[in-house]
Design a protein around this ligand. Sequence first.
Ligand code: NAD
Length: 363
Amino acid sequence: MDTLIVTGGAGFIGSNFVRLALNETRRQVVVLDKLTYAGNLCSLDELARHSRFVFERADISDQSAMERVFSCYQPSALVNLAAETHVDRSIENPRPFIETNIVGTYVLLETTRKYLKTRSTRKQTRFRFLQVSTDEVYGTLGPAGRFSEATPYVPNSPYAASKASADHLMRAYFSTFGVPTLVTNCSNNYGPFQFPEKLIPLMILNAIEGMSLPIYGDGGNIRDWLYVEDHCRGIMAVLKKGKPGEKYNIGAGNERTNLQIVDGICRCLDKVLPPSENPAMQKQGLSSYKQLKTLVPDRPGHDRRYAIDASKIRKELAWKPRCDLETGLAKTVCWYIENRSWCKQVQEGKYKRERLGLDFEPH
Ligand code: NAD
């Protein structure tokens, strides 16, 4: 049986991708995850008994663990979704970002390079190493223009810089060693199983509990939003049909300011969980979730605008998003309302939805 290794498969995009891979391919799926605060096995609950699902707890920067996993499962492809992903945390402490996002990717590349030497020529040429990356590597945009695959890298946060480094390593291992690499650069994702430190789930959960909705700066920062399942289908398309050595932008053209996103969530919640029926809102005499919005100090180095030009993946691989933003937001709001036990379980560690990324010494 063909085996696909998915690193970071217990995270937000990873768990959605594993579900899609088990449903839509005949491959064995080996999830390899360190289970940091952001990785939770409860995101894979119903898959645990699937006959083609395997879980391995390991750190991608551990060379001998990676060699053991490769030699045990003899994969035909690897999708790397293991990463430290929260920009605010990268401002508090960049080190884990360097260790996982840069060193971890290097270790996976090096393990792949050695492993491929032991494979037949046919298996070597069919192997794929797909790195899931971000549009944040391109830096920030003014009011006009969009990122294309040819846009130069100008990362501004330690997170973006670590992802940019990994993308460069992918390119180098293709050019120098012929490892069949693919890179996808995607815009902001949203949907089920996203850890509640990120904008959309944080706002939904705070609102449900009648807590303030902290919006950075003037709320005018623009992101280009993509429903996570559409991203996963894009990764799958690149894995199946992408050309080794190439990179592909993935995005749906849904540019919105953070304020527009928060307003959208509040409108949705006003309908599905009317404040008059929510004791946390009643207690404060509030009639709309919008009344919880609060502007807070901006993130240092906060990129103003991201926008993705996804014409390459649309034209060459016939990928297109299926879910529009309004439908996706409504589905996401309902998912978080219906999955409070998941929310509780993943927050049982240290994180309590507090503000991060301001407590550092500027130079
Ligand atoms: P996430 O933080 O939800 O999940 C990351 C997963 O990686 C977790 O399960 C964690 O336990 C695991 N992990 C962390 N360090 C590890 C290590 N050293 N070894 C093994 N596993 C480790 O992240 P996500 O939002 O699902 O993002 C996945 C990937 O997609 C990342 O590379 C991210 O840069 C990229 N991406 C995310 C978005 C987004 O909007 N979420 C957008 C574009 C690209």
